[in-house]
Design a protein around this ligand. Structure first.
Ligand code: TXA
Ligand code: MG
Length: 330
């Protein structure tokens, strides 16, 4: 059931559901989450079950403010503190050493915990209402089945989990891709997942160089968002340069079938056959991120079998979109 996040009574209803151990579709500025009380083991177990996600893949715990961090983290390095001060509330998740007694199931048994204070006003209202009831953290992975495209509207969430799930509608997500994840448990900041908050912004805020996980030894924490194939629609995704898609379209001529193209330039009229669905790719990376998952879902809904996507420029502002596209194509 979808209820409006603009109605204060519904926000309270959402917080009540969470504190009663139920699941909730929660809007955030990045993507919608499938939320549960992070300290309630059976509620958290429902998340893993509903998503079909392995229970050793840790979930992000969402908090109302920096004040709640010390409830979950046993230690906050100085650079992590700087990052929270600079970017919270916002689309940044920090992995911190976990207090042994807190959120073990949500953390997938890791001795660390991922914490994030989201900036979506409705998410913050829910988190504050939860905190008033003694629910200090809300565990929420993206509200999609394991390996599939993250949801950016309440309707997407409903299409993944059906009518029974309570979903708080907070409109279309602003950012459109998941938060940047920085591991703060290794003495230096490690970028586990790129996002809207960029590498450069993070390095500037904490005055340290970001390390990439490959540079570190093996026992790196599991991050399903970092699995090679992830964020995948049903149709097959292929990344192509503009020259490649133009050549391939020309070769197909009038025989295109069940094909979608997401590109910056519109194909010429003679190439725009009946079997081709074309969509404009924004030239701004943040706008492309905003549209990305909705576009993939839309292509699937149209029943296309193949999606050709123009490879975005190899520049820093496109890092997060390129990352999601490469995984969707894997
Ligand atoms: O924007 C977001 O981060 C969204 C919204 C709902 O907040 N959430 C999200 O959650 O993307 P999820 O579960 O789809 O991705 C979270 C990622 C996973 O790859 C998970 O493995 C990683 O964070 N993660 C969480 N806790 C971790 C930990 N303790 N150590 C390492 N990775 C962790
Ligand atoms: Mg996810």
């Amino acid at each position: 059931m979808i209820i409006s996040g603009n109605n204060p009574g519904h926000v309270q209803q959402a917080a009540d559901a969470l504190s009663a151990g139920e699941l909730l579709g929660l809007p955030t500025e990045t993507v919608y989450g499938l939320a549960a009380d992070a300290s309630n083991e059976s509620a958290v177990a429902k998340i893993f079950k509903a998503k079909g996600r392995p229970s050793n893949h840790p979930l992000i715990v969402h908090v109302a403010s920096v004040d709640e961090v010390k409830k979950f983290a046993s230690e906050v390095p100085d650079f992590a503190h700087k990052l929270m001060t600079e970017f919270w509330p916002g689309p940044l998740t920090l992995i911190l050493p976990r207090r042994a007694e807190m959120a073990a199931v949500a953390a997938g048994g890791q001795n660390s915990v991922g914490l994030r204070c989201p900036s979506h006003p409705i998410a913050l209202e829910v988190l504050k209402a939860c905190a008033e009831k003694g629910v200090w953290g809300v565990a929420a992975p993206s509200a999609n089945l394991f390996g599939r495209v993250s949801p950016t509207t309440a309707a997407h969430v409903q299409s993944e989990f059906g009518q029974d799930l309570l979903i708080l509608d907070g409109g279309e997500c602003d950012v459109g891709i998941e938060s940047t994840i920085v591991d703060c448990t290794r003495g230096v900041p490690v970028l586990l997942r790129p996002g809207q908050i960029s590498r450069i912004q993070i390095e500037q805020a904490c005055d340290l160089k970001l390390v990439s996980p490959d540079a570190l030894s093996s026992d790196a924490p599991r991050a399903s968002g970092t699995l090679e194939s992830h964020y995948a629609p049903s149709a097959q995704v292929r990344l192509m340069s503009q020259a490649e898609w133009q050549k391939a379209l020309t070769a197909l001529g009038p025989h295109t079938q069940n094909l979608a193209l997401w590109s910056v330039d519109k194909p010429s009229q003679e190439l725009l056959g009946a079997g081709l669905f074309w969509r404009l790719m924004p030239t701004s990376a943040s706008q492309a991120a905003h549209e990305l998952f909705g576009a993939l879902r839309d292509f699937d809904a149209r029943g296309v079998r193949t999606i050709w996507i123009e490879t975005p420029p190899d520049t820093p502002e496109w890092e997060a979109v390129r990352d999601r596209l490469h995984r969707a194509a894997a």
